[in-house]
Design a protein around this ligand. Structure first.
Ligand code: ADP
Ligand code: MG
Length: 449
C-alpha cells in the first residue's frame, strides 16, 4: 500500500466514524509504511496517536483488511522532529504557534519553551518551582496549579515546559495544552455540530489538562459552565490541571464564584514583574542562542546591562529588542556597541522610557491647578477639585497601562465607572474648552519629558 491507496481507501471511513471524527482524526493521519503486517501512520502528537488507536484503531484495521492488505496491527508514531516545529525558525522569538491545529484537542507546543531555556530569578522562582514539581509527575499534590502574572512574564513558557517534560518521561501520557479561547472555540464548534458527547469524552479522558489565559472565558457563560464540569470531572479522577491567567482567580471579573473558588483550591502562584538581575540573566542566555544563529557577533561591554536597565518588564519586548539588534548588526557586519544599540532600538527605548506613574500624574496635576494632593484623591466634589481630578484620571488612562478599576483604587478607592465617566467628560471638554485642551497638552508634555 502507498499514500495514494490510503487516500482513496480512507474516505470509506466517513460512513463508519462520522464526518466530524473523520475530519478531526482520520484526515490528519499520514500513511507511512506497511511492514511485517504492521501499518504505521504519522501523527503530530502522541495524544492524537493514542486517541486514534483507542477509538478508531479497529475501524482502520478492518478497512485495510477488507481491502486485502496484509495487516494485523496499526500503529501511530510521532515524527522525531515535529513537522511544525521544524518549519519554524527555532530562535526567533515569535509567539507560540496557535490555531494551526484547530481540529486537534490541544494546541501545538513551542519547542523553545523548555525548562532549560527558562531563566530563574527572584520574581519567578516560586512559579518555576511549582511548575517543576508538577512536571515530575507522580502524585498530584496540588490541583489545580494556577499561574498568574502580567503579559510576557513566562506563563505560557512554563506551561509548555511542563508539557514537554511530562511527555518526555511518559510518551503515552495524554497532555493537552490549549488556550481558553481555543477551549471555547471547540466547545462552540461541538455545540454547533452536535458533537457534545465527543467533546466531553475527549476532554474528560486527558491525563493532564492545561488551559492558558483562562481570564478569556470570563463573561462567556456557557463556556464557563462547560469548563467547570470538565474541571470537576478531571479533579475527581485525580488528573492534574494547570491554569494560567493574567490575574489572580479572585480578581477575574465576570467569572462565577464557584469557579473562582475551584481555581483557588489548589496552589496559586504569581510571576512577579522581572527585576534587573532577571532581565540581565535572560539577555545573557538569549545572546548565547543568537550567537548560534548569527555566528560570533561581538557584544561590547555594558550593552546587556544597558538593555536590562532600560527595557521594561515584559520579556517578550526584551527578546524582540535583542533579536532586532542581532539582525541589524549582522546585516551591517558591525560589533554591537552602545551607540549601535541606541540607534537601532531608539523607538523601543523611547517607548520604555515613557513609564509615567499615577503618583507623578497626581503630583503634577495638583501642582498645576494649585490644589492639595489630599483633595485631589479625597471625597470633595466641588468643581475646582473635581475637574482636576478628572484631568488626572484622563492622564492616567492615557499615559499608563493601568486599568480603570486600578485607577479608581488609586483615586481614593473610586469605582471604575466613576473613572470612566471622568475620562469621557474630559474627552468631551477637550474639544469644547480650549483651556482644558491646553492644560492637557502641557501636563502631558511635562509628564513625558
Ligand atoms: P506570558 O504567557 O506570561 O505572556 P510567555 O510565556 O509567552 O509570557 O513569555 C514571553 C516570552 O518571553 C517567551 O518567548 C518566553 O520564552 C520568554 N520568557 C519569559 N520569561 C522567561 C524566562 N524566565 N527565561 C527565559 N525566557 C523567558
Ligand atoms: Mg501566554
Amino acid at each position: 500500500m502507498n499514500k495514494d491507496a490510503w487516500g482513496n481507501l480512507r474516505d470509506e471511513l466517513v460512513e463508519t466514524v462520522g464526518k466530524n471524527n473523520f475530519v478531526n482524526w482520520i484526515e490528519p493521519l499520514e500513511f507511512s509504511r506497511l511492514e511485517n503486517g504492521v501499518a504505521t501512520f504519522l501523527v503530530p502528537t502522541h495524544f492524537m496517536g493514542d486517541w486514534v488507536q483507542r477509538n478508531f484503531g479497529e475501524n482502520i484495521l478492518r478497512l485495510l483488511a477488507a481491502a486485502k492488505h496484509p495487516v494485523s496491527r496499526v500503529q501511530f508514531s510521532v515524527p522525531h522532529m515535529p513537522r511544525k516545529a521544524a518549519a519554524a525558525p527555532r530562535t526567533q522569538p515569535s509567539p507560540a504557534p496557535q490555531n494551526e491545529d484547530c481540529d486537534l484537542p490541544g494546541a501545538p507546543l513551542d519547542q523553545r519553551f523548555t525548562f532549560d531555556k527558562f531563566v530563574v530569578g527572584k520574581p519567578n522562582e516560586l512559579a518555576h518551582a511549582a511548575a517543576r514539581r508538577v512536571a515530575e509527575g507522580g502524585d498530584v499534590t496540588f490541583n489545580p496549579l494556577f499561574l498568574y502574572g502580567g503579559v510576557g512574564l513566562g506563563k505560557t513558557h512554563l506551561m509548555h515546559a511542563i508539557a514537554h517534560e511530562l511527555q518526555k518521561q511518559s510518551p503515552n501520557l495524554k497532555v493537552v495544552y490549549l488556550s481558553a479561547e481555543q477551549f471555547m472555540y471547540r466547545f462552540v464548534q461541538a455545540l454547533r455540530e452536535k458533537q457534545m458527547m465527543d467533546f466531553k469524552q475527549i476532554f474528560r479522558s486527558v491525563d493532564i489538562l492545561m488551559v492558558d489565559d483562562v481570564q478569556f472565558i470570563a463573561g462567556k457563560d456557557s463556556t464557563q459552565e462547560e469548563f467547570f464540569h470538565t474541571f470537576n470531572a478531571l479533579v475527581d479522577q485525580n488528573k492534574q490541571i494547570i491554569i494560567s491567567a493574567d490575574r489572580a482567580p479572585g480578581e477575574i471579573k465576570q467569572l462565577e464564584e464557584r469557579i473562582k473558588s475551584r481555581l483557588q483550591s489548589g496552589l496559586v502562584v504569581d510571576l512577579h514583574p522581572t527585576d534587573y538581575e532577571l532581565r540581565l540573566g535572560i539577555l545573557q542566555q538569549k545572546v548565547e542562542l543568537h550567537r548560534e544563529k548569527y555566528g560570533n557577533l561581538a557584544v561590547a561591554n555594558g550593552v546587556l546591562e544597558f538593555l536590562a536597565h532600560r527595557i521594561s518588564n515584559n520579556v517578550r519586548v526584551l527578546e524582540g529588542a535583542l533579536m532586532r539588534l542581532f539582525a541589524f548588526a549582522s546585516l551591517v557586519g558591525k560589533e554591537i556597541t552602545l551607540d549601535l544599540t541606541q540607534d537601532c532600538l531608539a523607538d523601543i527605548l523611547r517607548e520604555a522610557d515613557r513609564k509615567v506613574t499615577i503618583d507623578e500624574i497626581q503630583r503634577k496635576v495638583s501642582e498645576h491647578y494649585n490644589i492639595r494632593l489630599s483633595d485631589l484623591i479625597g471625597p470633595r466634589r466641588v468643581r475646582t477639585i473635581a475637574r482636576p481630578r478628572q484631568v488626572a484620571m484622563w492622564l492616567a488612562k492615557q499615559l499608563t497601562s493601568r486599568s480603570l478599576p486600578e485607577i479608581g483604587r488609586r483615586f481614593g478607592g473610586r469605582d471604575h465607572t466613576t473613572v470612566m465617566h471622568g475620562v469621557r467628560r474630559i474627552e468631551e471638554l477637550k474639544t469644547q474648552d480650549s483651556q482644558i485642551a491646553e492644560d492637557l497638552e502641557l501636563l502631558r508634555r511635562a509628564l513625558e519629558a
